[in-house]
Design a protein around this ligand. Structure first.
Ligand code: MSP
Length: 504
């Protein structure tokens, strides 16, 4: 893999950001940082979805002009991106001119190829989902998501989605485009098999959005608008640009999103691309949902978790660690402060933190902090450390982020056990060389742990590496080998506490 492209959904700015937004951003950030550290050219895009009826309504409710409203709301999304230490290369706002040009260009391609026609739409629309529903899809008068629906009857442009039913099935059956996890793949396939109807892709009753190039009475459907962001960021319609060629045409592209918006990504988006004869992404990954203390987060229940508050209380890396470690990426999970505290105390403070503290304290006390030997390559624990990268690569390749952290903590546990068995504190007096060898072996494990933790908890990992005195230029994954182990006479200062221990 030479070029890796990863995206988050672009977030609606109708309300302030919540934990769900933080989740996808952190997961995408972990993957992006991981591949960069592997030396893979990586491009990572996130941003906001500013058009559509939902945003228009929210602006109206506040008595604000839509542009002023989105400018204001966007601020907290940009702040959250910074606060979470997200390493995105670009940040898309759908009100930007570059995006409007990209959407118009895509529309014109679809139009010129005969995939768009004018007709009349009559049916149900859920503003909250920004989605159309047929009568038989409704459940007790509500959208399947539980959102209220309103009746819509207006002139509309349609996209010939029905023409892509078999093509989409072929695409998925031939694994030209992957949907992960597999349960989600099955859902998409059965949805497509149930029959695809042409899709209404313009509205006349709203005015906030991008105008249809051929008819200024119509506003382009917000999902056609929003999905295009993935190629706007790569300079579409300039398909000769380096970004587009490297990352979209020839690269490995992965869209991450929550399960609720999989259908838009796995049915509409590839159909638009197939119709326009543009390259497709390589993989679509749908993650699960966080519940708040067992319940769905909602404004009416007043239980929406603010990532800002959590970070204020715990610091960003503890939130990042918890979100990535607590649930298997793809499943639903439950957020509670208690679970967060237990998790970070157990894994970070008590396991990794303890390993570092006791090892470096022994080195300081008995050897003035000076390393006098190289790690023993024949020692099992050292080998276990050197072999971790290939495991982590395989996990990240499959978005198994939780498994990575389990593996890293397992390595730290093994090193703690090794210390326990070797008891260097007991042999120091009579056999200092052997004690020094044990400590050096463990310090090598700590160096590896510090380096591989960087994608997950970048700030805390850098404190670990600072503690060991590792140069900035020796922190990439190419340094996870014996040849980069600490040199003879390397001095490590007395340890400072790295991981906090939180009170329940
Ligand atoms: N604007 C669209 C996406 C367009 S992408 C071309 C949108 N925005 S959203 O703000 O409503 O949702 C963004 C993401 O947040 C989705 O992936 C959604 O699954 C995720 N989450 C919303 N609530 C969530 C949880 N409670 N838990 C985890 N993620 C959740 O949809």
């Amino acid at each position: 893999m030479d070029f890796y492209y990863i995206t988050t959904p672009i977030y609606y700015v109708n309300d302030i950001p919540h934990l769900g937004h933080a989740y996808t951003s952190v997961a995408a950030d972990v993957c992006a940082r991981f591949w960069r550290l592997c030396g893979v050219s990586t491009y990572f895009v996130t941003g906001v979805d500013e058009h559509g009826q939902k945003v228009e309504k929210a602006a109206q409710k506040q008595g604000c002009a839509p542009q002023a409203f989105v400018d204001k709301m966007n601020v907290s999304f940009e702040e959250l991106t910074k606060l979470l230490n997200i390493s995105n290369d670009d940040y898309i706002r759908t009100t930007q001119e570059r995006h409007k040009s990209a959407v118009s260009a895509l529309w014109n391609i679809l139009y010129s190829k005969g995939y768009i026609y004018l007709d009349r739409y009559e049916g149900w629309y859920s503003v909250r989902d920004e989605a159309f529903f047929t009568e038989d899809e409704l459940i007790e008068g509500l959208a399947p998501t539980g959102a209220p629906v309103e009746w819509m009857a207006e002139e509309s442009y349609f996209f010939k989605l029905s023409a892509f039913q078999q093509k989409l099935l072929d695409l998925y059956q031939n694994e030209k485009l992957l949907i992960v996890p597999h349960t989600k793949y099955n859902e998409v396939i059965s949805f497509i098999k149930s029959g695809l109807k042409d899709l209404s892709i313009s509205r006349t009753k709203i005015s906030w959005g991008i105008k249809v190039p051929q008819n200024s009475q119509h506003i382009i459907y917000v999902w056609l608008d929003a999905l295009t962001n993935y190629i706007t960021a790569l300079h579409f319609p300039n398909i000769e640009s380096d970004l587009y060629t490297n990352y979209w045409q020839n690269g490995y592209s992965l869209h991450l999103m929550g399960k609720d918006i999989l259908r838009f990504h796995a049915v509409y988006w590839p159909a638009f691309l197939l119709a326009a004869e543009l390259p497709l992404p390589k993989k679509i990954f749908a993650h699960g949902w966080w519940l708040a203390e067992g319940q769905k987060m909602s404004k009416s229940l007043g239980n929406v978790i603010s990532p800002f508050n959590i970070v204020k209380e715990f610091e960003v890396d503890y939130l990042r660690y918890f979100l990535m470690r607590e649930i298997s990426f793809g499943n639903d999970g439950n957020f509670s402060k208690e679970a967060l505290i237990n998790r970070v105390n157990t894994d970070l403070a008590n396991n990794i933190g303890n390993l570092i503290h006791r090892t470096l304290t022994l080195l300081t006390k008995n050897f003035n902090g000076v390393i006098r030997v190289k790690p023993d390559k024949d020692e099992l624990i050292v080998n276990q450390a050197y072999s971790i990268l290939s495991k982590l690569r395989a996990f990240i390749d499959n978005q198994k982020i939780q498994e990575c952290l389990i593996e890293i903590v397992y390595l730290s546990s093994s090193a703690n056990e090794y210390m326990h068995n070797k008891e260097p504190w007991k042999i120091i007096k009579n056999n200092p060389d052997s004690a020094q060898q044990v400590l050096t072996n463990v310090i090598e494990v700590i160096r590896i742990v510090g380096i591989v933790l960087q994608p997950f908890i970048p700030s805390l990992a850098s404190v670990v590496l600072d503690n060991l005195g590792i140069k900035g230029s020796e922190r990439t994954f190419s340094c996870l080998t014996y040849s980069y182990s600490l040199p003879f006479a390397h001095f490590i200062p007395p340890p400072t506490p790295i991981f906090k221990k939180f009170e329940l």
